[in-house]
Design a protein around this ligand. Structure first.
Ligand SMILES: NC(=O)c1ccc[n+]([C@@H]2O[C@H](COP(=O)([O-])OP(=O)(O)OC[C@H]3O[C@@H](n4cnc5c(N)ncnc54)[C@H](O)[C@@H]3O)[C@@H](O)[C@H]2O)c1
Length: 145
């Protein structure tokens, strides 16, 4: 039986992303890949195989689910970046659904007044909506919006 991979890049998208990685110079700057437990399991291997430029990236993994789109998870992300001496020119790649793209973009935008980041959406909702348009954030005390 044929099954779809959990992570897909349209061929032109793949080329564009490779160009982007060259532009942000991942050979000189550090790269961090933020994932949740599911996208680590389902998407990471193929992603790094497709983009060997990222094989030395550090991983930051948070638990999956809306209940973890919180400031506490951001603190975990910031601690991980700090412990690994990240600075503004380094890159955070958000590999996941809308929770990861919302939270990762927010965390990157305030880390040392803003580090580089990009979204690699892995759910349909993130591909068509959440990862587009620049709205970012986390839930506060269980509240959205
Ligand atoms: N910023 C915006 O404009 C905007 C717009 C719409 C939604 N959102 C936000 O997006 C979130 C919802 O997005 P979502 O539905 O992607 O939620 P999600 O990120 O929680 O993903 C849903 C589940 O699918 C899993 N998953 C994601 N990609 C996978 C893959 N390729 N293979 C296997 N499992 C995978 C995740 O681990 C999670 O368990 C909400 O927090 C919402 O507020 C933001």
């Amino acid at each position: 039986m044929n099954t779809l991979p959990s992570y897909l890049f349209a061929p032109t998208g793949k080329d564009k992303f490779k160009e982007y990685l060259q532009k942000v110079d991942v050979s000189k700057n550090k790269t961090f890949i933020l994932m949740d437990t599911n996208t680590k399991k389902q998407c990471l291997d193929k992603f790094v195989t497709d983009f060997p430029e990222l094989q030395n990236a550090d991983y930051i993994v948070v638990r999956n689910g809306e209940q973890f789109k919180t400031i506490e998870s951001c603190q975990l992300i910031w601690k991980n970046l700090t412990d690994n001496y990240a600075d503004r020119s380094d890159l955070l790649v958000n590999l996941g659904g809308g929770v990861i793209t919302d939270m990762g973009s927010f965390a990157a935008s305030v880390f040392k007044r803003g580090m580089q980041f990009c979204n690699v959406p892995t759910s349909l909702l993130a591909m068509i909506d959440a990862a587009i348009g620049g709205k970012t954030g986390v839930d506060f005390m269980g509240l959205k919006k």
